[in-house]
Write a protein that binds this ligand. Structure first.
Ligand code: HEM
Length: 550
């Protein structure tokens, strides 16, 4: 079979994967493609070199093999000045800037597991978890990312408001000053657990609200989840109630609605602005949108901060919000804290809502899985008014397996970005300093060479001791990134998702009513269609089957 038919078979494979073809059919197609095609033979040669180096235990100082240059890495043709940007041109280019997963599939099937691109920067896509591990092992004291470049520009242009670009966009020692100070309260298990009871209260209010609204599958559930996650993060991070479930706050001009819009307005422009440069010359509409969104989040944060700062000045409070802990740090000033508050509003709402949407999507399509979650929940929350505690959460092993499995199939980010800070050798190629590296975890997580039956939703693969347990490569699924630069709120986000899912499944039998759910990548992976769920009260299900305790 020639390259043409290889491409065709892989195109059908990609189409099949995206269109929700039965997983087994897709795997068969994959095996067929692998069997018939000599998969980019030069990549194999490079692998040999890399293996020799690995067995010597010293990748960087091999004297006999001269590393191949970065330009020799397979990838789309790069032209002077425009590099590979032509691939992203509307009408002509075959890549769509909003379907990054599709572009990655195309790259992987054409060029193999290491792909070079030059869309204005030196870019390397890494698909193999072994290589992903090598990338992260290079990590420096201050791991860097090249992202949020326009936001960095915006914040640095307002030195009276911000000291830095904030955690998301700052690199180097200044990033570490912020991170090392802020992360104590974000990540310590004790501090994270201290937020369980408030979060549970907010989630129960949310349940009450969606019951009153009689939410049906004709509505998109995502906006509901946005409100929930703003309310949760408001309470946990700022001890602020936004009252997002009230009639008044549902108005599109309310503070809640405008924060959700501004968070999305900020996030959705970041990636396109990172790729472009015109905003450096004049204020483009997209840059303006980013600036307006940031201004609104700034205003909300400033109002809360001023009120709280006065309150804390009295030193008589038992507030355990993150903001309370920030205000006690002597090496943070108000500008640092304001920047972090804006970062929290930007980073918390869409991420958790998309991740929860996809988890509900998988759980509601797999009623067997849902039954197992319900059985586990009912064992630990025998009545609806049992409070969720840290001890209960620690026992919900299956539910947590579902969250991990959903994040494997549908991570919020297609992979993790890093900026190399010194040259290193990967698969026999010399990767120069300053290369933008994107680890392609989402694609790798759907490949049969790394995961058994990869497109099936099988929470058991994460559960040690269960029959379906799989010892997956530790660098395969990295939904929260890796190392000191990983998501600062990982534990909190997982906890919030778990509490929401537990309460929803405890209350309702949930069914998926939409078609196959794909992704649209603006910065993170948003569901590409409405999140269409039907909620049937367990009371009703119970009276039908009469086998579930209440
Ligand atoms: C399910 C929800 C979430 C997912 C999947 C997620 C994922 C990620 C990922 C992949 C990164 C980049 C990590 C890396 O480069 O190694 C990141 C960074 C970050 N996340 Fe999250 N995140 C989530 C929720 C949150 C929440 C709730 C907050 C805030 C309360 C938050 C705040 C941040 C911040 C500030 C960073 C930048 C950290 C740094 O550069 O030091 N995230 N997140």
């Amino acid at each position: 079979m020639g390259t043409g038919s290889y491409c065709n078979s892989m195109i059908s494979l990609c189409d099949a994967l995206r269109s929700g073809c039965a997983p087994i059919k897709v795997i068969n197609m994959l095996h067929f493609s692998f069997k018939k095609v000599n998969f980019a033979s030069h990549v194999k040669n490079v692998r040999l070199i890399s293996n020799v180096r690995s067995s010597n235990g010293d990748q960087n100082t091999c004297e006999t093999d001269k590393p191949m240059s970065f330009e020799e890495i397979p990838g789309p043709t790069s032209y002077p000045i425009i590099g590979t940007l032509h691939k992203y041109m509307p009408f002509f280019g075959e890549y769509d800037a909003e379907t990054l997963d599709k572009n990655s599939w195309l790259n992987w099937r054409r060029y193999g597991s290491l792909v070079r691109e030059e869309p204005g920067v030196r870019l390397l896509h890494v698909f193999d978890p072994e290589d992903i591990e090598v990338v992260f092992r290079q990590d420096h004291r201050y791991p860097s990312r090249r992202s949020h470049v326009a936001m960095l520009h915006y914040r640095l242009s307002k030195p009276h408001v911000y000291n830095t670009g904030g955690l998301l966009s700052t690199n180097g020692p200044e990033w570490w000053r912020l991170r090392s100070t802020l992360q104590k309260n974000f990540t310590s298990p004790q501090s994270v657990k201290s937020h369980i009871s408030y979060t549970d209260i907010v989630v129960q209010e949310f349940l009450q609200w969606i019951k009153e609204k009689n939410v049906s599958h004709d509505e998109d559930f995502l906006p509901y989840l946005n409100r929930l996650n703003l309310e949760v993060i408001g309470t946990v991070a700022f001890n602020e109630q936004f009252h997002g479930f009230t009639e008044q706050e549902q108005d599109r001009n309310s503070r809640t609605s405008k924060i959700i819009d501004a968070a999305f307005g900020s996030n959705s422009g970041i990636m396109k602005l990172d790729k472009g440069f015109l905003w450096r010359i004049f204020e483009t509409p997209l840059y303006r949108k980013l600036a307006t969104s940031q201004e609104f989040l700034e205003k909300v944060s400033r109002d809360i901060l001023l009120e709280r700062a006065n309150f804390f000045a009295s030193d008589k409070n038992d507030d355990n919000s993150l903001l309370a802990s920030f205000l006690k740090q002597s090496n943070l000033d108000m500008k640092d804290i304001l920047g972090m508050m804006v970062d929290i509003l930007m980073a918390a709402i869409d991420t958790t809502s998309y991740a929860t949407s996809f988890a509900l999507y998988h759980i509601s399509r797999n009623l067997e899985v849902q039954k197992k979650i319900f059985d586990e929940i009912i064992e630990h929350l025998p009545t609806k008014d049992t409070h969720i505690t840290a001890e209960i959460l620690s026992k919900l092993v299956y539910t947590k397996g579902c969250i991990k499995e959903s994040l494997r199939l549908n991570p919020v980010s297609i992979g993790v970005g890093r900026l190399s800070q010194k040259e290193f050798i990967l698969k026999g190629y010399l990767i120069p300093e300053g290369t933008v590296i994107v680890t392609q975890n989402m694609v790798a997580c759907r490949l049969p060479q790394y995961v058994r039956d990869p497109l099936a939703f099988k929470p058991e693969r994460w559960i040690r001791g269960s029959e379906g347990y799989e010892n997956l490569h530790p660098f395969l699924s990295l939904p929260f990134g890796f190392g000191p630069r990983s998501c600062i709120a990982r534990r909190l986000a997982e906890q919030n998702m778990c509490i929401a899912i537990v309460r929803l499944i405890r209350e309702f039998q949930i069914e998926w009513k939409g078609g196959e759910l794909g992704i649209r990548t603006l910065l993170i992976n948003k569901p590409d269609k409405p999140v269409s769920l039907s909620f049937t009260s367990r009371k009703r299900v119970d009276s039908l089957h009469n086998d579930v305790p209440f």
